[in-house]
Design a protein around this ligand. Structure first.
Ligand code: SAM
Ligand code: SF4
Length: 329
């Protein structure tokens, strides 16, 4: 029995990002520019509801307080509501979040909340409908905006919006984004574009450091906020004139990995110690039966002793991550 997952650098892991499908219906330029391509791997099946129940139970028993469902596009799973309810059976979970492209929000968000979802991140890279279409390959800007409204109407008090920061695409739109969150309880998070195996060219052309945004925020009187132990990696800023907040996710900044509190499980049941780390360790043989929980925890704990101190993105080493749809960003 393991009471808390930790690694050899004294980091404790409170946060599980669980991918439940690789499939996606968008074609974001930095992720799946050619759309989702089934890998043609025979027997490739995504975790079943029971396997999801078992893997989350094992993590929660070892200290996990927050679970994020991601993908691919998690809401494309037909059993998505059952998945939310299954993860929610773990009463010790304080937060159950989803990261979504927003496609199904307007239709389903109330049902997700009823099933036990507590937080929502929606990806929106532009507030201009035409640019949104150009980036995502989907003409769904209005649908996604209606989805965000529906989330508030369903009772979510705050919505997080993920925006991948890209030089000469949206990095000059800070004021438009700030105007949007002035009277809305949205935490808008700029994520630095990360280099992936498939995205080297885009990265070289469009990567820009989040420090450009941070400098502008500080100049305008935004104030950095403290970070909780199961919070994600964003540096959060607030301003008295704005209802919304800004978050900055800067994986290339020195020291980013020192506060790592997250582990990932892929849609096919592999444990990934780092988004950009490794080939993953299969857990699937230990997800077949409820009685295997102790063995499952022991395997995860043993793997954690091999977790490296940092990623190697600075050297252009992206591990095996061809794109983020595979282990969920
Ligand atoms: N399909 C869902 C969505 O887009 O919100 C969930 C999966 S997506 C892989 C999770 C997050 O990763 C999204 O916010 C997306 O913008 C971000 N992402 C994908 N590729 C990225 C990259 N190369 N650099 C930075 N963020 C990326
Ligand atoms: Fe799909 Fe999300 Fe990747 Fe966009 S970022 S292609 S919505 S998985």
């Amino acid at each position: 029995m393991v009471s808390q997952f930790t690694d050899s650098f004294d980091r404790s892991f409170y946060y599980l990002r669980l991918s439940i499908t690789d499939v996606c219906n968008f074609r974001c330029r930095y992720c799946l520019p050619d759309g989702y391509q089934p890998q043609g791997v025979a027997n490739k099946s995504f975790l079943s509801l029971d396997e999801i129940r078992r893997v989350t139970r094992a993590f929660v028993a070892a200290g996990t307080e927050k679970v994020r469902l991601t993908g691919g596009e998690p809401s494309l799973r037909r059993d998505f509501i059952d998945i939310i309810a299954a993860v929610r059976e773990n009463s010790a979970i304080r937060q159950l979040a989803v990261t979504t492209n927003g496609y199904r929000l307007a239709r389903d968000v109330a049902a997700w909340r009823d099933a036990g979802l507590t937080s929502i991140n929606v990806s929106v890279d532009s507030l201009d409908a035409r640019q949104f279409h150009a980036i995502t390959g989907q003409d769904k800007f209005q649908q996604v905006m209606s989805g965000i409204d529906a989330a508030f109407a369903a009772g979510f008090s705050k919505v997080k919006v993920n925006t991948v920061l890209m030089r000469n695409i949206n990095h000059n739109s800070l004021q438009t984004f700030l105007d949007w969150i002035r009277s809305r309880p949205i935490q808008l998070r700029f994520i630095e574009l990360m280099e992936t195996g498939d995205g080297g060219k885009l990265f070289r052309e469009h990567h820009i450091s989040g420090s450009v945004i941070r400098d502008r925020l500080l100049m305008q009187g935004w104030v950095s906020q403290p970070r909780g132990r199961s919070d994600g990696p964003a540096q959060v800023f607030r301003h008295p004139d704005y209802l919304g907040e800004i978050g900055l996710i800067m994986p290339y900044e020195k020291g980013f990995c020192a506060s790592c509190n997250r582990l990932r499980v892929s849609a096919t049941g592999k444990l990934h110690l780092c988004l950009f780390g490794d080939g993953g360790i299969s857990l699937r043989d230990l997800l077949a039966d409820d009685d295997q929980q102790d063995q499952l925890q022991a395997r995860i704990a043993a793997c954690l002793s091999t977790k490296k101190q940092t990623h190697f993105l600075h050297q252009g080493n992206t591990g095996i991550t061809q794109n983020l749809s595979y282990i969920g960003g």
